[in-house]
Design a protein around this ligand. Structure first.
Ligand SMILES: *Cc1c(COP(=O)(O)O)cnc(C)c1O
Length: 428
């Protein structure tokens, strides 16, 4: 008997038999442990909002919500997803630099906790929409801070950005409340970047954001009812990285939270997390179709690739670094060879893993990319070569649930219209 990768006792061969490949499988226990591991240690005044951007699957959202997560959304569909997943409006915030009139209207009509506005023209539009409806719109201002804290995967502060209102500009607008009478300026939001793996950086970000919120409150006489400190908590993907330690993090962060909440007991404190909550729970499962060698290198050509998992391919990063990968159906065989793991797309960029240490690979093997629960299908060009999006399965309490069907050819063609130049039909 060879040892197989299992999700809560369900072997990968059974997942393959039932759902086929390529497939994303999410382990509900890992989702729960991730959330609970932080929730149990984090100061109770700090609420955890799930950033649907990382994985917008409605069942993933529902599971996290059942554990106590609220929702941070950035599109009309994400808002609808969160509501249908059962998240009550007062536990939802909406942010994003280019919200449409329709999206802003939906924020007001559903009564979410706050619209996070990223520019003054956006505040003006919200003001207008609120007036039309005879309501006051709860608005948190996203600030592009003067400061930047280094050592984040993608630093946000201290740079020209489309996100948020520059700190300097904001402090110069002393008449905001008078200019926008139907807007209730009730909060401040700052997001400093993503993939942060240093506890100290997160503590420093939070401290500076809370300080900025206090300065704004004083300058604008705000009735500060919400401060969102962003998050950006990372997970380790590559060699040399290590995961955040939730105990170390919260031991250092909780006194900062305690200090703020003592002085502002009526202010909701929010941390918005995507990757940290979902990445570890997901495995992308691909079946090997062919093996070959080219100029001395081994290739395993699999049925999955860039179109589902752009993040693992790492387009845009300077050196190709591999996500953790394994031959899932033969876990006990030692990695004795180096394999390039590629997909079905007609581009050399469709390389999921380069020179990955694996056991000898055979057609039919199931290769898994671990830590794939965040920024998978949602951040990938699923329509490339018209392959469409894969199936997604959530395993919860030992049972498998298909939470997204694989795209079929009809799904993919349904929205196209055939214009036939040979048929001289003038009726349209
Ligand atoms: C992308 C994003 C998040 C989620 O980021 P993670 O790194 O996945 O936690 C949260 N807030 C904002 C503003 C974002 O742009």
């Amino acid at each position: 008997m060879t040892r197989e990768f299992q999700v809560q006792g369900v072997p990968v061969s059974e997942l393959n038999r039932r759902y086929g490949t390529p497939l994303f499988v999410y382990d509900g226990d890992v989702l729960r442990d991730r959330f609970q591991g932080l929730r149990d240690r984090l100061h109770p005044a700090m609420e955890i909002f799930y950033s649907l951007k990382a994985n917008p699957n409605i069942s993933v959202c529902a599971l996290l919500h059942s554990l106590g997560a609220r929702a941070e959304v950035s599109s009309l569909v994400e808002l609808t997803t969160a509501l249908r997943a059962g998240v009550p409006p007062e536990q939802i915030i909406f942010l994003g630099p280019g919200k449409s009139r329709q999206e802003l209207a939906a924020c007001l009509d559903t009564g979410i906790h706050a619209v996070v506005c990223e520019s003054l023209p956006e505040v003006a539009l919200v003001d207008e929409l609120a007036r039309e409806r005879g309501v006051r719109a709860p608005v948190a201002l996203r600030v592009n801070p003067r400061f930047a804290v280094k050592r984040s995967g993608l630093a946000m502060g201290g740079k020209p950005r489309q996100f948020g209102i520059d700190e300097e500009e904001l402090f110069a607008q002393t008449d905001l409340a008078r200019r926008f009478p139907d807007v209730d300026l009730m909060g401040v939001q700052v997001y400093m970047g993503t993939r942060i793996l240093s506890e100290d950086v997160i503590v420093e970000n939070t401290t500076r954001i809370l300080d900025l919120a206090e300065r704004l409150t004083t300058a604008f006489h705000l009735d500060l009812r919400m401060v969102d400190v962003g998050g950006g908590l990372g997970v380790a993907y590559f060699d040399g990285e290590s995961d955040l330690d939730a105990k170390v993090l919260t031991d250092r962060l909780n006194p900062v939270i305690e200090d703020f909440t003592t002085r502002h007991p009526g202010t909701r404190m929010i941390m918005e997390l995507g990757r940290y909550l979902t990445a570890d729970s997901g495995t992308y499962v691909m079946a090997v179709r062919y093996t070959k060698t080219s100029m001395g290198e081994r290739f395993a050509v699999a049925d999955g690739g860039t179109h589902h998992h752009m993040a693992a391919v790492g387009i845009g990063s300077f050196v190709k670094r591999n996500f953790p990968m394994a031959v899932l159906n033969r876990l006990d065989e030692p990695p004795t060879e180096e394999w390039n793991v590629t997909g079905p797309l007609c581009t050399p960029g469709d390389t999921i893993g380069k020179k990955v240490p694996l056991p000898p690979v055979r057609p039919g093997d199931l290769i898994g990319v671990h830590r794939s629960g965040a920024y998978g299908p949602t951040a990938s060009p699923g329509l490339f070569l018209s392959h469409g999006y894969p199936a997604e399965v959530l395993v919860h309490e030992g049972r498998c649930h298909l939470v997204r069907e694989r795209d079929s050819p009809d799904d993919l063609l349904r929205r196209q219209r055939l214009y036939d130049p040979a048929a001289h039909d003038i009726s349209h």
